[in-house]
Ligand binder design. Structure first.
Ligand SMILES: [Fe+2]
Ligand SMILES: [Fe+2]
Length: 392
């Protein structure tokens, strides 16, 4: 409120920048564990303050992990081997298996890319903004392009992270499996890129917060943090987002594309929990385990609170409503509520299964309203069909 008063009369673009900076500083101050905050600072500076993801055509990220070159060739992880066989058997072809001849008109109200009630534009009235039908359709279209663009950027991150994980994982069966994931992520990147390019014809730059998480994972040398971040946290986020979008779109090509991708992502999370359960239970000191517990919690909150579509706000509504009002509007939308529900339903049981929901952490998850998900089924108990059952 004090900030609102201070910013009275400040031009809208400058005001938005100040609010964004305050939000970013607030985000860093909210990270309670100093080791977690310190490890994230370089990525936060590159992503939030320097906005490297928006200002350049390419960004160099310095990887520093060890490659585990195995000379025993021991195939001693049968569950992972079974996952590898399943991945080999279920490869699909993004060109052959999807019907790209389907014509998509993203502004056609009969077949919306996202349903009108997903982010109800009429709620903008409470902020004095009234959109006509055409403007509402345009806002809806922009939000769809924004979401799909973030999926595409996330898939590029997943491609590199899965390649790094394949190098650093110690099990030979894990390396076999990892290679299939690299292929999967390349195909996901291919199909989202093609959909955006040929059907939507509009892409958005990478969201600063997504950039921070990806940059942090690319540059962290600890294989298990990379694994936790990519295979559990980001994959969980992706699964929640893909399922939510699938259930709120009528467009047949996108629905089919998402079904294929979701089946692959289910295996990716499964791989994550298999690899980390053993390591977190027996391979860490108490202080290392506590750091991972804190890290996972902070990243879960980041993922919950930081994907608000600000790029669309800046493009369409800056000057008509404040950034804080936009955050309120998005947070209250069915889109965000369904997404959070779906994401945490799948993510929190996995954190529990790999041993990161210790009694020490319970109160934090309770305070964040996330403990209710703890007893759900984890990825090792779910197969592709269980996840497809979430699709409507
Ligand atoms: Fe993917
Ligand atoms: Fe994935």
């Amino acid at each position: 409120m004090i900030l609102d008063k201070m910013l009275d009369g400040v031009p809208s673009h400058a005001r938005n920048r100040v609010e964004a900076t305050m939000e970013n500083i607030g985000m860093m101050l909210q990270v309670k564990n100093p080791r977690v905050a310190t490890s994230m600072i370089p990525s936060a500076v590159r992503g939030l303050f320097l906005q490297q993801g928006k200002r350049n055509d390419a960004v160099k990220m310095q990887a520093s992990h060890n490659v585990h070159f195995d000379l025993t060739y021991g195939l001693d992880f049968p569950e992972m081997n079974a996952l590898y066989r399943r991945a080999v058997a279920n490869q699909w072809d993004g060109d052959r298996d999807l019907d790209w001849s389907i014509s998509v008109d993203p502004l056609n109200p009969e077949i919306p890319i996202i349903n009108q009630d997903f982010i109800p534009m009429e709620s903008l009235k409470q902020y004095g903004i009234k959109l006509n039908q055409k403007e509402a359709a345009q806002a809806n279209y922009n939000i769809s392009c924004w979401m799909l663009s973030q999926f595409m950027h996330g898939e590029q991150g997943a491609l590199y992270a899965s390649a790094q994980v394949t190098e650093s994982v110690k099990w030979m069966d894990g390396k076999f499996y990892g290679a299939t994931q690299v292929m999967d992520e390349a195909r996901h990147l291919e199909v989202f890129l093609r959909y955006l390019d040929t059907k939507m014809e509009k892409t958005y730059a990478i969201n600063d917060n997504l950039f921070v998480i990806i940059d942090d994972l690319m540059t962290d040398s600890r294989w298990d943090i990379k694994f936790l971040g990519m295979q559990i946290m980001i994959e969980g986020l992706a699964l929640g987002a893909f399922t939510t979008l699938h259930n709120n779109t009528q467009e047949p090509l996108l629905r089919k594309l998402l079904q294929y991708v979701i089946q692959d992502e289910a295996r990716h999370v499964h791989y994550g929990v298999l690899a980390l359960k053993e390591h977190f239970l027996h391979g860490l000191t108490d202080s290392e385990r506590r750091e991972r517990e804190d890290w996972a919690f902070e990243v879960a909150l980041l993922m919950r609170n930081r994907f608000m579509g600000h790029e669309v706000y800046e493009e369409m509504f800056e000057g008509q409503m404040t950034r804080r009002q936009w955050n309120e509007f998005i947070t209250a939308s069915p889109a965000m509520q369904r997404f959070r529900q779906q994401m945490f339903k799948r993510l929190i049981p996995n954190l529990n299964y790999i041993g990161l929901l210790s009694p020490r952490m319970q109160k934090h998850y309770e305070a964040a309203g996330l403990w209710q998900f703890a007893s759900g089924k984890n990825a090792s108990e779910l197969n592709e069909n269980d996840l497809l059952a979430d699709l409507q």
